[in-house]
Ligand binder design. Structure first.
Ligand code: CBF
Length: 829
C-alpha cells in the first residue's frame, strides 16, 4: 500500500478479488482469456504448452481470492504461524493436486473438452519440481498439504533451485546424471516478488562499538546477494484455504559491471552475477551424507536468513513487540540444514533490534524446534569453524557464546566431568574443529523430535543420549505420515472410489475411518472388487512404463517393488541377492522354472553422483536384469525392471500397482521411511525388518499381514560388538555362496570378473550394513511370501487389512501431533 496515494473510489477497486464462476462456461472463459492475454496466442494457434500454461493460470485464478483472504485473515487475527524451514520440497506435479483441492477436476476436464483439448495430454506436459532428494523433501511437501487442509497458518520456506534433483539416465546400465531444467518451459505456479527481496550478506569481519555507553558488536560483511521470494499456493483439500510456500532465488545485487563490460572483458563483467546466482543454482544431490562444501553452507544461510527476516520484517506488523515473537511463530528446523537460523535470529535480535543477550536467547529457545531425520553418524552435519568463521564471522561468535553458557550449565548440573563436557560440546575437536549442528539445534530448540517411535527412542538412548539426560522434556516423537490426497485420491483413483462407495465421503481428511474396511475384508465380493482395482493399476503401470521406457509389466506376476534412494543401509543388495538366488536355482537346474512364483521386480533408485558403491549397485541391478530377462530357461517367470529417473510422478503409478513392498534396511538405520506407509495404504504387503516406521506398521496391520525378517536393533548391536565376520555367513549358506559366486564369476558382466568384484568384496570383507547376516532370514521370509501369494483370496484379504489399519499414517495425524506436542498453533477458521 502506498500511504501517500489517494483512496480508490472505483467500485471494482474496492471489491475483494472475485473468483471466476465455478461453472464450465466460467472456466472456458477464464482459460481462453489466459491463453489470449497471458500466452499471447489464439486457441487455434496455441500449442500444448501454451494450453498447459493457460490451464495452470486458470486454476490459479480460482484459488487467488482465497489465498489473498487467508493472508489478510491471518494478519488480522495475529495468529501463530508455523514457519517450516526446509532445504527441500519434493512437490510432485501441481496441476492435479490443485484441481482436486479446488474441486475443479470435472469442470476443467469438460471445459477443455469444449475447447477441443484432452486434459490428459496437458497433464503429461507438467515437469515436476524436483526440489528434494527423497524422504525428507517429500515429507515437507506432505506436511504443508496437511497444514493447509487443517487450516493451520503455515509458510513453507525453502530454496527455488534452478536445477532440482538430477535426471537419471542409464548408459550401458550405469547411472549418468543430466541436469534437471525444470523451469525451461515456464513455471506457472509461482509468483516472483522482487520488491520483497532481502539482502543476504557473507564474509567480512566483526567489530565492537560504543552504543550510548553500551558495548555492542556489529558485523561488517564483504559481499552480499539478493534473495528474491517466489510464492506458491498451497491449497487445502476442499476447505477453501490456501497457504504459502515461499522459495528464495539468489540474484546478484549488481547484474554486471558496466565499466568492465565496456572494456570488452565480458566474462569478467558477469563474474559477480554468476557467483551470486550459483547459490540457488542446484540442489545438492545428497540426503544422508553431508557435502562439506562452502556453497552448501551458503545455501543454508541464504534461505534461512531470508526467511527469518521476511517473517519479522514483512509478515509481522512494523511495530511488533519482538519480546512476544514466540506468540507469533515457531520455526521448525527440518533436519540440520536450517540450523544456522539459530545464531541468525540471535544476531537479528541483538545486533539489529538492540536486544540484550539473555532476552534474545530466551526468545530464540522458544521460537525453534528441531526434527532429526537420521541415525547415521555421518549424516549429522558439522561445519568446520574455519569455513563458518570465514563465511559468517558474527554467527561463529554467537555460537561460541551459546556453547560457553551451555557448557557452564552442564558443569553446574553434572560437575567437572571432562568427558561429558567434551562429548556434549557444540564445538567438536576431532578430526577438525567444527560446529555440530545437531547439538546446536538440540540446545536451542524448544523440542527435539525423531520421526518414528524406534528412531526417537534411539535418539534418546544413543545419538543424543547426554542431551536427553539433561533435558528429558525436550525429547518427543512424531511419527511421519503421508498425504492421502496425493497418495490415495490422486494416485489411486479406483481404490479411492471403492473406499468412498464403502465408507462414504470424508475419509480423505479423517483417515482412521479406513478402519471401516476391516469388516469388508471378510466380504468375497468386496475382495473381488479390491483385487480388480489392483489388476487395473498393474495394467495402468504397464501402459505408463511401455510408453516411457518400452518395457512391459505382466499383470499375472506378483509385483515386488523396491523404490527409494540407493544407499547401502537400505540394502538394495539384499534384494539383488534374492533375485540372483532364484535365478541361480533355475539356471543350475536345481529348480524347475515352472515351480517359481512369477514375479516382476521393480526398482527405482537414484544414487548420489559421488557415491561410487551405490552407482555400482545400480549397474549390477541393471546387469542382473538384462541376463535374467533374456535367459530362455527362466521362461519369463522372473523379470527385473528398473525404470530410470524414479520421481514422485512415477511413484504415483508404481505404488498403487505393487503387491509386495520391500522395506529391508538394517534395523537401527532407517529413521522412519515414508514409502513403507504409501505402499501399505495402497494395499501392498510389506516384507520388512523391525526398523523405522515398519515397526509401527507391523504393530498396526498385525503379524499375519506383514512379513518380518532379520535381526532386531539390539541383535545388530550385539553381533557388531562381538566382531561381525561376513565371510562366516558366506561359508554357512550354500544359497548365499551360489549367488555371490555367480556374481563374481562374471555371469552378469560378460565374463569380466573385475566389474562387480568391489561389490562382492565389500560384502565379504566389510558389509557394514550386515546384508550377509540377514540373508538367510530374508530368503525364508520370501518363501513365506510365495506361499501366501499362492492363495490369492487370502492375500487380498491381507491387502485390505493393510489399508484398513494404516489410517494412522496420514500426515494430518502427524500434523496434529506436532501441534499438540510442539507447535501449539490452533487452526485459523
Ligand atoms: O523423515 C523423512 C525421511 O528422511 C530421510 O529420508 C532423510 O533424508 N534423512 C530418512 O532417511 C527417512 O528414513 C525418513 O523417512
Amino acid at each position: 500500500v502506498n500511504p501517500g496515494a489517494a483512496r480508490p473510489t472505483h467500485p471494482l477497486a474496492l471489491a475483494p478479488v472475485v473468483s471466476p464462476p465455478s461453472s464450465v462456461d466460467g472456466f472456458v472463459k477464464q482459460f481462453l482469456t489466459n491463453l489470449n492475454f497471458d500466452q499471447g496466442v489464439s486457441l487455434s494457434e496455441s500449442d500444448a504448452n501454451d494450453q498447459y500454461l493457460a490451464l495452470a493460470g486458470t486454476v490459479r485464478d480460482y484459488l487467488m481470492a482465497r489465498w489473498l483472504e487467508d493472508q489478510a485473515r491471518q494478519n488480522e487475527q495475529q495468529s501463530k504461524t508455523v514457519c517450516y524451514l526446509s532445504a527441500e520440497y519434493l512437490l510432485g506435479r501441481q496441476l492435479d493436486n490443485n484441481l482436486l483441492a479446488a474441486r475443479l477436476t470435472d469442470i476443467a476436464t469438460d471445459a477443455l473438452a469444449q475447447c477441443g483439448i484432452d486434459i490428459n495430454d496437458l497433464r503429461e506436459l507438467e515437469v515436476e519440481p524436483g526440489l528434494g532428494n527423497g524422504g525428507l523433501g517429500r515429507l515437507a511437501a506432505c506436511f504443508i498439504d496437511s497444514l493447509a487442509t487443517m487450516s493451520v497458518p503455515n509458510i513453507g520456506y525453502g530454496i527455488r533451485y534452478e536445477y532440482g534433483i538430477f535426471r537419471q539416465t542409464f548408459v550401458d546400465g550405469e547411472q549418468v546424471e543430466q541436469p534437471d531444467a525444470w523451469l525451461r518451459m515456464g513455471s506457472p505456479w509461482d509468483f516472483p516478488h522482487p520488491e520483497a527481496a532481502q539482502t543476504i550478506s557473507f564474509g567480512g569481519r566483526t567489530e565492537t562499538y560504543d552504543d550510548n555507553g553500551t558495548e555492542r558488536t556489529r558485523w561488517i560483511p564483504d559481499w552480499s546477494v539478493l534473495a528474491v521470494p517466489y510464492n506458491m499456493m498451497v491449497p487445502g483439500y476442499h476447505n477453501g484455504r490456501v497457504n504459502t510456500l515461499r522459495l528464495w532465488r539468489a540474484v546478484a545485487t549488481n547484474a554486471f559491471d558496466l565499466r568492465i563490460f565496456n572494456s570488452g572483458d565480458y566474462e569478467e563483467s558477469v563474474r559477480a552475477q554468476t557467483f551470486a546466482e550459483n547459490i540457488s543454482k542446484v540442489l545438492y544431490p545428497e540426503d544422508s551424507t553431508p557435502q562439506g562444501k562452502e556453497l552448501r553452507l551458503q545455501q543454508q544461510y541464504f534461505f534461512v536468513s531470508a526467511s527469518i527476516r521476511d517473517f519479522i520484517d514483512t509478515v509481522l506488523p512494523a511495530d511488533y513487540d519482538l519480546t512476544k515473537l514466540p506468540d507469533r511463530v515457531i520455526f521448525q528446523l527440518n533436519d540440520t540444514h536450517p540450523v544456522i537460523g539459530v545464531p541468525e535470529l540471535m544476531r537479528v535480535l541483538i545486533d539489529e533490534k538492540g536486544m540484550e543477550w539473555d532476552d534474545a536467547w530466551a526468545i530464540t529457545q522458544q521460537c525453534f524446534a528441531y526434527t532429526c531425520h537420521t541415525l547415521l553418524p555421518e549424516a549429522l552435519e558439522v561445519w568446520p569453524v574455519d569455513l563458518l568463521g570465514r563465511l559468517l564471522p558474527r554467527h561463529l561468535e554467537i555460537i561460541y557464546r551459546i556453547n560457553e553458557e551451555f557448557l557452564e550449565e552442564v558443569r553446574e548440573r553434572f560437575g567437572d566431568d571432562m568427558l561429558r563436557i567434551r562429548n556434549m560440546s557444540i564445538i567438536g575437536e576431532h578430526p577438525y574443529r567444527s560446529v555440530r549442528m545437531a547439538y546446536l539445534a538440540t540446545v536451542a530448540g524448544a523440542k527435539v523430535n525423531g520421526v518414528a517411535e524406534l528412531h526417537s527412542q534411539l535418539l534418546r538412548d544413543k545419538v543424543l543420549h547426554d542431551f536427553a539426560e539433561m533435558y528429558p522434556d525436550k525429547f518427543t516423537n512424531v511419527t511421519n505420515g503421508i498425504t492421502p490426497r496425493r497418495f490415495i485420491r490422486l494416485a489411486n483413483p479406483s481404490l479411492a472410489e471403492l473406499i468412498t462407495e464403502a465408507l462414504g465421503a470424508g475419509w480423505t481428511i479423517d483417515l482412521e475411518r479406513l478402519r471401516g474396511l476391516e469388516a469388508l475384508a471378510e466380504d468375497p465380493e468386496f475382495r473381488e472388487r479390491f483385487g480388480a482395482v489392483k489388476a487395473a493399476n498393474k495394467r495402468r503401470l504397464n501402459e505408463v512404463l511401455f510408453q516411457r521406457d518400452g518395457v512391459h509389466v505382466d499383470e499375472t506376476h506378483m509385483l515386488d517393488v523396491m523404490v527409494k534412494r540407493l544407499h547401502e543401509y537400505k540394502r538394495q543388495m539384499l534384494k539383488v541377492l534374492h533375485i540372483v538366488t532364484l535365478y541361480d536355482g533355475i539356471a543350475s537346474g536345481r529348480v524347475a522354472a515352472a515351480d517359481v512364483t512369477p514375479r516382476t521386480f521393480i526398482f527405482g533408485a537414484k544414487a548420489a553422483p559421488g557415491y561410487a558403491m551405490a552407482k555400482r549397485i545400480i549397474h549390477l541391478i541393471n546387469a542382473v536384469g538384462s541376463v535374467v530377462n533374456n535367459d530362455p530357461r527362466v521362461e519369463g517367470r522372473l523379470k527385473v525392471i528398473f525404470p530410470p529417473n524414479y520421481n514422485v510422478t512415477l511413484a504415483e503409478k508404481v505404488i498403487p500397482a505393487a503387491d509386495l513392498s520391500e522395506q529391508i534396511s538394517l534395523a537401527g538405520k532407517e529413521a522412519s521411511g515414508t514409502g513403507n506407509m504409501k505402499f501399505a495404504l495402497n494395499g501392498a504387503l510389506t516384507i520388512g525388518t523391525d526398523d523405522g516406521a515398519n515397526v509401527e506398521i507391523r504393530q498396526l496391520v498385525g503379524d499375519d499381514n506383514f512379513f518380518l525378517f532379520g535381526m532386531t536393533e539390539p541383535e545388530v548391536e550385539v553381533l557388531w560388538a562381538q566382531g561381525y565376520t561376513p565371510a562366516d555367513f558366506y561359508q554357512a549358506h550354500a544359497g548365499l555362496r551360489g549367488a555371490l559366486d555367480l556374481i563374481s564369476s562374471g555371469a552378469f558382466s560378460e565374463g569380466d570378473r573385475s566389474v562387480f568384484e568391489p561389490v562382492v568384496s565389500n560384502l565379504l570383507y566389510d558389509d557394514r550394513f550386515m546384508v550377509l547376516a540377514d540373508y538367510a532370514s530374508y530368503i525364508a521370509a520370501q518363501e513365506r511370501v510365495d506361499a501366501a501369494y499362492a492363495d490369492q483370496d487370502a492375500w487380498t484379504k491381507s491387502a485390505i487389512l493393510n489399508v484398513a489399519r494404516s489410517g494412522f499414517f496420514s500426515s494430518d495425524r502427524s500434523m496434529r501431533d506436532y501441534i499438540d506436542r510442539i507447535w501449539h498453533t490452533p487452526p485459523v477458521l
